[in-house]
Design a binder for this molecule. Structure first.
Ligand code: PLP
Length: 386
């Protein structure tokens, strides 16, 4: 089968695996055991990874907290901020196109007294900077807006958001899980105060991610969400996952080195796929912004063809119809609904995401299979019922 679900997760790059291997067996020490070489060697590996990751995102190693993934990093960022500052400010600004790892945390905080203003995205998934400016109030604590969307690949103008939040003196939390390693990322240049990302979206291991909570004004202070031995400067207790931390740094390094070349290739493949679909004249629409969006991501709606039926009709293609985290529940994508699509339109949509190991031949075959299945489903006698 053909894997077209790189935004759900990616395979571990064999080069990353090679870098990680010694840390499962030979260098097994606990980095907190500073009293002997086993521990010191592990601690050195973690320090090296921390410095490398910080350098790549334009931040200081002191601001980096390793977590179990972006979900945990988002929890720590938003709950940590709220618990620290709730007496002074408890209002957030966000958008309903965010990942559940932000939406559900904000919903949890609302039950504890937070307020959220939801920005209205337009039909292409973009937000209006003026609306953001107007939404910020004297009691606003933070703006939480992602860098690139996991379902549509829509990219927010993080530099503009950073400038607005900086002027207003509120924190900017940015979930960059889909953007890290794929788009330029510099916390200083963009004014991001709290940045989150994950290993398994960038050909690194699963179960590792990071929160960067940098130097900003006002200074970011957080309440820890995981108490114990005081690891990660007290922000996240628990013995460090050394192989995964080393793997995260190696994966980000590779992605950064290959970012521009890979983006150009993915854009070409995406164009080729679109070209084939257009030539076949299968009526379809693109959800989001196909030009400025995340390279390799394509959210498509085949008009009149149910997405679930299409998925069943092409078992050789591995793709998603929404975020992997919510597609266990068969409801239309919240992201697409927020962008103004109706439930039926959203139900006719699917996400194809290409990645590092996608070949041109796979793209060609995927296009053929989709065209064939769409035509077949449209011709089916019970089609009118779908
Ligand atoms: N945020 C975004 C935008 C994502 O795409 C994902 C992916 O599932 C997450 C957060 C959650 O990341 P993790 O799987 O590392 O918890």
């Amino acid at each position: 089968s053909i894997y077209l679900d790189y935004q759900a997760t990616t395979p571990l790059d064999p080069r990353v695996f090679t870098v990680m291997q010694p840390y499962f067996t030979r260098v097994f020490g606990n980095p907190a055991s500073r009293g002997h070489d086993y521990g010191r060697e592990a601690a050195e590996a973690v320090n090296g990874a921390r410095e490398a990751v910080a350098r790549m995102i334009g931040g200081s190693p002191l601001g980096l907290v390793f977590t179990s993934g972006a979900t945990e990093a988002n929890n720590l960022a938003l709950k940590g901020l709220f618990e620290q500052h709730r007496d002074r400010a408890r209002h957030f600004v966000s958008c309903r196109t965010e990942h559940p790892a932000v939406l559900d945390v904000l919903a949890h905080l609302v039950e504890r007294g937070a307020e959220v203003t939801w920005l209205e995205p337009d039909r292409s998934g973009h937000i209006d900077p003026d609306e953001l400016r107007r939404a910020i109030r004297p009691d606003t604590l933070a703006v939480s807006l992602m860098y690139a969307n996991n379902e549509t690949g829509v990219v927010h103008d993080v530099a503009a958001i950073g400038a607005i939040t900086r002027d207003a003196g509120v924190f900017f939390h940015c979930d960059a899980t889909q953007a890290a390693g794929k788009l330029p990322l510099d916390v200083g240049e963009t004014g991001i105060d709290l940045l989150t990302f994950s290993g398994h979206k960038i050909y690194g291991p699963k179960g590792i991610g990071a929160l960067y909570a940098g130097r900003s004004r006002p200074r970011v202070r957080l309440v820890s969400q995981m108490h114990g031995g005081g690891h990660e400067r007290g922000f996240r207790s628990g013995t460090l996952n050394v192989p995964a931390i080393v793997g995260l740094a190696a994966a980000l390094d590779l992605a950064e080195n290959e970012r521009e070349r890979e983006a150009a290739l993915l854009k070409k493949q995406r164009e080729a796929l679109l070209h084939r679909l257009r030539a076949a004249d299968v009526a379809f629409q693109i959800n989001g912004d196909p030009v400025a969006g995340l390279p390799g991501c394509l959210n498509l709606r085949f008009v009149g063809v149910d997405g679930a039926a299409l998925q069943q009709a092409v078992p050789r293609l591995a793709f998603s119809r929404g975020s992997a985290c919510s597609s266990a529940v068969p409801t239309p994508s919240k992201v697409l609904l927020a962008m103004g699509l109706g439930a039926i339109e959203a139900g006719e949509s699917l996400r194809l995401s290409l990645g590092r190991f996608t070949s041109d031949a796979e793209v060609e075959t995927a296009a053929e299979l989709l065209i064939e299945a769409v035509c077949r489903l449209r011709d089916a006698p019970d089609h009118a019922a779908t």
